[in-house]
Design a protein around this ligand. Structure first.
Ligand SMILES: O=C(O)C(=O)C[C@H](O)[C@@H](O)CO
Length: 270
C-alpha cells in the first residue's frame, strides 16, 4: 500500500478521460438534443450547459469567438459533465483543429464539407501518427495537463466528428463522406444548404427537403448519425421522427433575442 502511494505520488494523480456521452448516444442510434451557443461568452454558455441538453455547440464560425473564448466556454461547460460541448470550427484548417483539440475540444463540427477526401484530411488532422498528423504535445488542457496518462493512445475513442453538408456537392457526395472512417455525423446546415440551392434561408422548400432526406439516407446507409439545426419545434420533432439524432433545437441567441422582444412587446407597442 505504501509503495502504491509512493508510486502514485511520484507519477502524480492519474486521471481517465471522461466518456463522450453524446458519442455513445449517437452510436446507439439514440437522439442527442442540443442547443446552439452563439453569444460567445463563458457565462451564457455555462447557463445553457446547465439546462440538461445532451450537447451544446460552441460556434467558432458565425460567432465572435476565438481560441481563448472557446476554451473559456469549454471550461464553463465542464461544470455539467453530462452535456458534451461540441465546437464548430470556422474551417477545416488542420492547425485550427490542432489548437482547438489541445484546448480540450474533442467533439468537432466542421462546416461545408464537400468531398470524402476533405473528410479524410479532417480525420487525419484529429489523429496522432501513424493514423494521422495531429501535432504532439506532452501536456495541454485536453489531457488534463498530463494527468490523463494514456490520452495520446486513446484520444480517438472519445472524439466525435460532425461534418456539415451545406451544398449540392456535399449532398451528392454524402454517402462517400459518411463512409470515411472517423466521420461520426453528417450534419445538415439548413441555412447554407437552402441558400446554395437557390432559396436563401428557406430549408422548407421541397427540393431542399429532398436533399436533406438524401443526406439522412446516406448517413444511415453507412451506419452513421445525421444531425441538423432546427430551432422551430415542429421542424425539430419532424426531423427526430424521420431519424435525425444529433438535433439542435434552439440557440442562446434566439432564446434571448426573441424572449426579450416578446417581453418588451407585452408592455410597449413597437
Ligand atoms: O447553414 C446553417 O444553417 C448552419 O450551419 C447553422 C447556422 O450557421 C447557425 O449559425 C444558425 O444560423
Amino acid at each position: 500500500m505504501y509503495d502504491n502511494i509512493q508510486e502514485n505520488c511520484a507519477e502524480g494523480f492519474a486521471m481517465q478521460e471522461r466518456i463522450n456521452g453524446l458519442k455513445q448516444l449517437l452510436q446507439a442510434g439514440q437522439p442527442g438534443i442540443g442547443i446552439w451557443c452563439s453569444l460567445a461568452t463563458a457565462l451564457t454558455t455555462e447557463v445553457v450547459a446547465g439546462a440538461g441538453a445532451d450537447w451544446i455547440l460552441i460556434d467558432g464560425e458565425h460567432s465572435p469567438n476565438d481560441l481563448r473564448s472557446i476554451v473559456a466556454q469549454l471550461q464553463a461547460a465542464g461544470a455539467y459533465p453530462t452535456c458534451e460541448p461540441a465546437v464548430r470550427l470556422p474551417s477545416d484548417d488542420a492547425n485550427l483543429i490542432k489548437q482547438m483539440m489541445d484546448g480540450g475540444a474533442r467533439s468537432l463540427m466542421v462546416p461545408n464539407v464537400r468531398t470524402a477526401d476533405q473528410a479524410r484530411a479532417i480525420v487525419a488532422a484529429m489523429s496522432y501518427a501513424p493514423q494521422g498528423m495531429r501535432g504532439f504535445s506532452v501536456g495541454h488542457r485536453a489531457n488534463a495537463f498530463g494527468r490523463i496518462k494514456n490520452y495520446h493512445a486513446t484520444a480517438r475513442e472519445q472524439q466525435l466528428l460532425a461534418v456539415q453538408i451545406e451544398c449540392e456537392t456535399g449532398v451528392a457526395n454524402a454517402a462517400e463522406i459518411a463512409a470515411v472512417p472517423g466521420v461520426d455525423v453528417l450534419f445538415v446546415g439548413p441555412g447554407d444548404l437552402s441558400t446554395n440551392m437557390g432559396v436563401m434561408g428557406n430549408p422548407s422548400a421541397p427540393h431542399v427537403q429532398a436533399a436533406i432526406q438524401s443526406v439522412l439516407d446516406a448517413a444511415r446507409g453507412q451506419g452513421k448519425a445525421a444531425g441538423i439545426l432546427a430551432p422551430q419545434q415542429a421542424d425539430a420533432e419532424r426531423y427526430l421522427q424521420a431519424g435525425f439524432t444529433m438535433v439542435a433545437v434552439g440557440s442562446d441567441l434566439g432564446l434571448l433575442a426573441r424572449g426579450s422582444d416578446d417581453l418588451v412587446a407585452r408592455f410597449k407597442a413597437r
